[in-house]
Design a protein. Structure first.
Length: 303
């Protein structure tokens, strides 16, 4: 877990001191399953709020045994006609969890246009960051030690894969960084439209790191191909591969509630292992063109 200072800036009624995102893959999947049941009704159930509800009930220590019991009790009451707003705990800690979990998950589930039917649908609309048909593996490495430049913790999630694997935007937004960084190598930074989330994709491929036309200021949609997996970085000289690592994508998610959190000691980074496992059920197909670049073929357009 990673604790970081968090300023209010009008985002919630009660001050929030840190963001500690511990949701399990199981909880994310089950809360989405019931989202499909209650969507469009008047229960007040919402995916991100339901995950925060479980965090309230389990003390932010997720376990399948405890969470299954608590979620089943919640669903039973909602089916009986009770309202989520009346069932959600009333405390500053509960408000904090609703704020922090909402900040991470608010864009993950929603309306989109099904690429196969052309009809409006509701559900998971943020894809896994590696395109379909390409191998990968990963484990929870958030917080591991890093030493290049200075001693620090790893504030992202590494996904191992093959060089050249197309990388897609998990959420749409505006490209704020696109170039070389001595730590991340060739990297892309994307700020969400609501400005709460900043996505960081690093160690992109040597010589051909970015999708065609990718540049600072460009608007991208969720599922767009933005670059290619590689192993660059750890050098002040551009276009250099790491010597001590296998090819991988460094995938990071930073929460930004106010300007003071954009850089420095107050940055808030999230452990993404469970979330990426959850997103793996939706992978975008990328088709290779004659110029060697890939484009998305089946992405879900947000409605």
């Amino acid at each position: 877990m990673f604790l970081a200072a968090l300023c209010l800036c009008g985002f919630a009624e009660a001050p929030v001191k840190w963001v500690d995102f511990n949701a399990s893959e199981w909880a994310l999947k089950e809360c989405l399953r019931y989202e499909q049941e209650f969507y469009g009704g008047d229960s007040g159930y919402a995916f991100a709020d339901a995950v925060a509800y479980l965090a309230c009930k389990n003390g932010n220590r997720f376990s399948v045994k405890t969470d299954r019991k608590n979620l089943a009790a919640l669903v039973k009451k909602l089916r009986a006609g009770e309202k989520f707003a009346d069932l959600y705990p009333k405390s500053e800690y509960a408000d904090y969890l609703r704020t922090s979990y909402g900040a991470v998950l608010s864009a993950t589930v929603g309306d989109y246009i099904d690429p196969q039917t052309g009809e409006r649908a509701h559900g998971l609309r943020c894809p896994f960051p590696l395109a379909a048909g390409h191998w990968y593996n990963h484990y929870d490495d958030f917080g591991n030690a890093r030493s290049y430049g200075y001693k620090r913790r790893h504030l992202g999630h590494d996904i191992m894969g093959g060089v050249g694997t197309p990388i897609v935007a998990v959420e749409g937004g505006t490209v704020t960084e696109c170039g070389w960084n001595r730590y991340g190598g060739w990297r892309i930074g994307i700020r969400s439209d609501d400005t709460l989330r900043y996505y960081y994709y690093a160690h992109l491929r040597k010589d051909h790191p970015f999708a065609a036309g990718m540049e600072t200021g460009k608007r991208v949609a969720a599922g767009d191909v933005i670059g290619y997996l590689g192993v660059t970085g750890y050098s002040s000289k551009e276009n250099v591969n790491l010597r001590s690592c296998s090819p991988h994508l460094h995938f990071g998610l930073q929460l930004i509630f106010c300007p003071e959190q954009e850089s420095g000691a107050k940055e808030i980074w999230v452990d993404l292992y469970a979330l990426t496992r959850f997103l793996a059920s939706y992978r975008v197909t990328a088709v290779k063109g004659d110029n060697g670049d890939y484009t998305a073929a089946n992405q879900r357009v947000w409605a």
